[in-house]
Design a protein around this ligand. Structure first.
Ligand code: HEM
Length: 509
């Protein structure tokens, strides 16, 4: 081909490409204009205009994280800017909202317009791979359908499976708190939650492990803690994760994976055994659906992260609050006493209204996941938050993030009353959480926490056992609750308390 012809062809190809780009952008602009006009969308306030890439905000929130005031800062931002406002994080637009109607749109009505977003996928991928927590759309729906059967009623209501673990926890706490010694309950709660999660995933807890297994288990727990914290840090850093020293993080992730692969291999090795079908643990039941080692490993890691830390955080926060309210402890004891010392069934536990109210209320004032977000995968609309009065719909362009503070929403005075910041279990006497989009400790909609019923039952059972065994729980440190934000959020100072045993209680009665 002659040089001049080549030049013409190149020019034509280049011009067509430019025209194609212009046309695509124009079409998109027109579609967006139509969507905005149809819904009469208006923009919410953008308070920090002088911070176009969100770098100042990032620096300030990192400082707040280190000074343990991140949640307070978030609540103050909503007080100052309103219930819906926008900011930027690098190239992404972020819409912050605490409007229940908007949360409903994101988590339910327009569920498939959103996904968990690149930031979460990028942060947790080394540890959780392509597990349920990390995926969206049809892949997520398929994966959830595979995992859900492992959460059948028979498995999650198997109170007998927790008995030995909880008894062993109580013995350790009794020992540590004897002679009126002050004890920090938090490490005991986290160990208990870990044992319960282990037992759910593998059918056995650390308590009945052999010594060599215990060492492996301890190494795994240490590595998991480090790797989980590392993922959280990666999330905060977003696209700047390369600033985080990775070598140690990946070493710990490898330890976690090595341990879980061994668990998977142990299960796969006995899958042809006659009584295998009777096993109720998560891993065994998941092998009925898939034998893929990596899938099994990633889902087991995901479940461990989802179950252990969250339940430990909830127990710590709940008992932190219970230690402050003597009369609440008394009422719990009355309710547990009326139901007797027989072994409770899941049905019995669900009927303990005051116990359930206390747990719900702890999850309201101190939610374990105090904030969450979703990324819009296509142009969409939030029902409210736009305009000066905040009543107009808001246009959400594809690629932007809708971020919601669960803590700020669950403490809104206009929704929960003037005592919204107070722990008052009685407020649940006439409220049903399932219908209330202003209360989402387990989220809501199709992606609601798979373990919510299990967590509520386990924690109710533990409260029953604690109030039966101890006449009083006197909190020793009177400081206010201080946040410790990691994958779950809990009390930085634990629960330092003096426990007064009930002398009339006889074990095994
Ligand atoms: C107090 C305890 C717990 C709290 C507060 C809690 C909270 C949550 C929240 C807020 C989510 C939604 C995350 C998101 O989509 O962005 C979630 C998801 C999930 N949780 Fe929980 N959780 C708890 C305990 C558990 C337990 C005990 C298990 C399992 C044994 C569990 C299994 C899961 C799973 C598998 C998901 C992913 C669901 C999906 O993406 O489809 N959770 N949890």
């Amino acid at each position: 081909m002659e040089t001049s012809t080549l030049k013409v062809v190149t020019f034509l190809l280049f011009s067509s490409w430019v025209l194609w780009i212009i046309n695509t952008h124009f079409q998109r602009w027109r579609e967006r204009r139509t969507l905005i006009a149809r819904h009469v969308c208006r923009t919410p306030p953008t308070p920090a205009k002088s911070d176009p890439f969100g770098l100042v905000d990032m620096r300030e929130s990192t400082a707040a994280y280190h000074s343990k005031t991140l949640l307070q800062r978030t609540c103050e931002q909503y007080d100052q800017y309103g219930k819906t406002w926008t900011s930027r994080f690098m190239t992404q637009r972020v819409i912050h909202t605490i409007e229940p109607e908007n949360i409903k749109a994101v988590l339910s009505t327009n569920f498939y317009d959103y996904g968990v977003g690149w930031r979460r996928k990028h942060a947790f991928r080394p540890l959780l791979g392509g597990s349920l927590f990390q995926i969206d759309g049809h892949a997520w729906a398929k994966s959830r359908a595979v995992i859900q059967p492992a959460f059948t009623r028979a498995r999650i209501t198997d109170v007998g499976a927790w008995e030995g673990i909880v008894e062993s926890f109580l013995e350790r706490v009794m020992d540590a708190s004897s002679d009126k010694r002050t004890v920090d309950l938090a490490p005991y709660f986290f160990k208990l939650a870990t044992d319960l999660a282990s037992s759910f995933i593998r059918g056995k807890s650390t308590i009945d492990s052999e010594d060599s297994e215990k060492k492996e288990e301890n190494d795994f727990l240490t590595a998991m803690k480090y790797a989980g914290g590392g993922c959280e840090k990666r999330w905060q850093l977003g696209m700047f994760t390369f600033l985080f020293p990775m070598k140690d993080f990946y070493r710990q992730v490898a330890t976690v994976h090595g341990y879980m692969e061994k668990q998977v291999d142990d299960v796969l090795a006995v899958q042809d055994a006659e009584d295998f079908g009777k096993r109720r643990d998560f891993l065994a039941s998941l092998t009925e659906r898939t034998k893929d080692r990596k899938v099994l490993r990633d889902e087991a890691c995901m479940l461990f992260v989802a179950a252990a830390d969250t339940t430990g955080c909830l127990l710590t926060n709940l008992f932190f609050l219970l230690g402050r309210y003597e009369e609440v402890w008394k009422k719990l004891r009355e309710e547990a006493a009326a139901f007797g010392k027989e072994k409770p069934t899941a049905q019995d536990l669900k009927k303990l209204k005051y116990h359930v109210n206390c747990i719900r209320e702890a999850l309201r004032v101190l939610p374990i996941l105090p904030s969450n977000s979703r990324e819009a995968y296509k142009d969409t609309v939030l029902p409210v938050g736009g305009g000066p009065d905040g009543n107009s719909p808001v246009f959400v362009p594809a690629g932007s993030v809708v971020s919601f503070s669960i803590m700020a929403m669950q403490r809104r005075k206009d929704l929960w009353g003037d005592d919204a910041e107070e722990f008052r279990p009685e407020r649940w006497d006439n409220v049903q959480p399932g219908t209330n989009w202003a209360y989402i400790p387990f989220m809501q909609g199709p992606r609601i926490c798979l373990g919510n019923e299990l967590a509520m039952l386990e924690v109710t059972y533990i409260v029953v056992k604690m109030v039966q065994r101890f006449e009083r729980l006197d909190r020793v440190d009177k400081d206010p609750w201080i946040e410790e934000v990691s994958i779950g959020t809990t009390s930085a100072n634990g629960v330092k308390a003096m426990l007064v045993p009930d002398e009339t209680y006889s074990v095994g009665a």
